[in-house]
Design a protein around this ligand. Structure first.
Ligand SMILES: Cc1ncc(COP(=O)(O)O)c(C=O)c1O
Length: 452
């Protein structure tokens, strides 16, 4: 029995306790979960029940790209609810047609057929099923430093330790892992450019030896697992390898899409056209839950005379589609993709200055308004303070200690194992960037003191 009393006017403390008592806290030990009561959010800021404001320095989960409470998107939600809140996916709706037309404007050319889901996870599940149905093959190659979602197929495709709890029986079959592209700490101990991008060639070796490979899925710029930006040759080389072997290329742009890297989609940096592009998060700036699996017409044509064996009740849910069009229109009106690109040098310079100043900073990398700052115990050995195992065993992480101090100063900062993900809303000002980076600066001393 819960000892939390349910009363009409609850205090923030009671709201937090009731939430904690009755809900699962995700990806964590439950005992330490004390959810902060949030009552408001506007622009790059959100406010707790005590009235304290926090700079949203990672756009929540790298998703509120437009910032909070954009009036046009809020209105689009209300308008869609008034006009047509729900109708099943078999029907055409104005919201569906308008968004489809808008997507054709901003997606890489050639991605022309859409399946709308309600999360990045579901959109990836759709991608895997489509790839398998079209090719008649089964295996999907993914990479170790990756996250693709939480359900059977997408967790099986996830290289990071969130997969471990589902091994071996709780995850979909047929997923194999390639080394990631990480020029700071190369998993196959090569050095760019002398390596001639051997990590891409290794994928070809895998395809030859695995056989039965339907697709390879990559986050072109890896998100949570370190904002890993590949060298310029990598994505075009992967495209060539896939073409040579009849393997489909799936770009997971759930986090890296929607202007985050200074282009509409991160594949646009290398003019690479994937066969399938998966996205979510920024497509509605996270105001409503929408995922997208976009494919080429060639893949879509396969199903003209064959059964498309996939769907959800909430596929193409009108409430998610109207606001998505409004989000994209707002991004265009405010020129947010260009803004992310133009702020990149400012952020890079400021973070590089932190690297100069703090002995614990091992690497700074990123594109647009999407950066990682990685901390290490020893710069020469590039040894992290914590391991992935520490993370899933609930051990206190150095990055989390620093993030907690920043939160105390009113800056909300996402971290993962041994790096911070700096990804504020794309409307962020230079003053707000200064504020967030100054908070990091103040508390990196915690890590500096622990350096070998
Ligand atoms: C690259 C990537 N793919 C897929 C997902 C899963 O998306 P969702 O949490 O919307 O299911 C995420 C979530 O963070 C992600 O970053």
């Amino acid at each position: 029995m819960s000892d939390v009393a349910i009363i009409p006017d609850m205090s923030s403390e009671q709201i937090s306790s009731l939430t904690r008592e009755t809900n699962y806290g995700t990806w964590r030990f439950q005992k330490s979960w004390k959810p902060l009561h949030i009552v408001d959010a506007e622009g790059c800021w959100f406010t707790d029940g005590a009235g304290k404001r926090y700079l949203d320095f990672s756009s929540q989960l790298m998703c509120v790209n437009l910032g909070h409470k954009n009036a046009r998107v809020v209105e689009a939600i209300a308008e869609q609810a008034r006009e047509l809140a729900f109708v099943g996916p078999v029907y055409a709706t104005t919201a569906r047609a308008r968004l489809s037309a808008k997507l054709l404007e901003v997606l890489p050319a050639g991605l022309e057929k859409f399946f709308f889901a309600t999360s990045g996870t579901e959109a990836n599940e759709a991608a895997f099923k489509i790839a398998r149905m079209v090719t008649g093959k089964n295996k999907i190659i993914s990479r170790y430093r990756s996250y693709h979602g939480s359900t059977s197929g997408s967790i099986a495709a996830t290289g990071d330790p969130r997969r471990w709890a589902m091994e071996p029986a709780g995850k979909g079959m047929g997923f194999v892992f390639a080394p990631e592209t990480n020029c700071y700490a190369c998993p196959i101990r090569h050095t760019y450019p002398g390596c001639n991008v051997a990590c891409a060639d290794y994928v070809e070796h895998m395809i030859r030896n695995e056989s039965d490979v339907a697709a390879i899925i990559v986050e072109p710029v890896v998100g949570t697992n370190g904002v890993l930006v590949p060298p310029p040759e990598y994505m075009p080389r992967l495209r060539e390898i896939c073409d040579r072997h009849g393997v489909l290329l799936i770009a997971d742009e759930v986090m890296a899409g929607w202007g985050r890297t200074g282009k509409w989609f991160s594949v646009d940096h290398w003019n690479v056209k994937p066969d399938i592009l998966v996205t979510a998060k920024g497509i509605t700036s996270a105001y409503v839950p929408l995922g997208l699996c976009a494919t080429t017409k060639k893949l879509a044509d396969y199903f003209e005379d064959r059964y498309f064996s996939h769907g959800h009740t909430y596929e193409a849910h009108p409430i998610t589609l109207g606001p998505a069009t409004a989000t994209i229109e707002e991004m265009q009106r405010l020129k947010l993709v260009e803004r992310a690109a133009s702020l990149e040098p400012y952020v890079r310079e400021k973070l590089e200055a932190l690297k100069e100043k703090h002995i614990s900073v091992g690497d700074v990398r990123g594109l647009g308004l999407f950066f990682a700052l990685e901390i290490v115990k020893n710069r020469t050995k590039k040894e992290p303070f914590n391991t992935m195992r520490d993370k899933v065993e609930g051990k206190p992480l150095v990055v989390e200690q620093i993030a907690a101090k920043m939160m105390g100063d009113g800056v909300a900062q996402q971290s993962w194992v041994s790096h911070f993900v700096i990804a504020p809303p794309l409307i962020v000002t230079k003053e707000e960037l200064d504020l967030g980076i100054d908070a990091l600066d103040r508390h990196l001393a915690i890590a500096d003191a622990l350096v070998d």
